[in-house]
Design a binder for this molecule. Structure first.
Ligand code: INI
Length: 155
């Protein structure tokens, strides 16, 4: 018989969620945060189980995510940000440091870190992914966090 373990979208025990949200491009990130909170609440996560840490930009996310993940206080940490390409290589440095750092935080701690950071070529692409025609990546990050918490609880 094959054993299949997969996450449920319904948590049977309370979840503690850390959110790290960047202030840079806050017009976009605020919309991601709203979508994320809405989805968490509609999946049964209580407000007193949610902690939000704000950082200046995506470059600063890894150190805060790593500390939250290592603290033992959170079942998952969700990173919400928006890195928008400009006319210089700055984008590649910020997006690369952010994504590599978040992946390291997850593998170092064993706590799921959810990548709700938009890396896009234009503000229009960011708006599309922050609650308009391409959905809300913050809400998707919330659902991914729920699934990962459930999956890890079942392993
Ligand atoms: N930070 C972002 O979160 N998104 C961006 O698009 C961005 N760009 O393009 O510059 C950005 N830069 C700031 C960076 O994250 C740091 O806060 C800053 O360099 C100070 O370390």
């Amino acid at each position: 018989m094959i054993t299949i373990i997969e996450g449920s979208m319904i948590l049977t025990a309370p979840a503690r969620i850390g959110i790290v949200a960047s202030r840079f491009n806050h017009f976009i990130v605020d919309a991601l945060e709203s979508g994320c909170l809405d989805a968490l609440r509609r999946h049964g996560v209580k407000d007193d189980g949610i902690t939000i840490a704000r950082v200046p930009g995506a470059f600063e996310m890894p150190v805060v995510v790593q500390k939250m993940a290592a603290s033992g206080k959170y079942d998952a940490v969700i990173a919400l940000g928006a890195v928008i390409r400009g006319s210089t290589p700055h984008f590649d440095h910020v997006a690369g440091v952010c994504s590599r750092g978040l992946a390291s935080a997850a593998s170092d701690t064993g706590v799921p870190v959810i990548f709700g950071v938009l890396t896009v070529d234009s503000i229009e692409q960011a708006i599309e992914r922050a609650g308009t025609k391409a959905g809300n990546k913050g809400a998707e990050a919330a659902v991914t966090a729920i699934e990962m918490i459930s999956l890890l609880r079942g392993l």
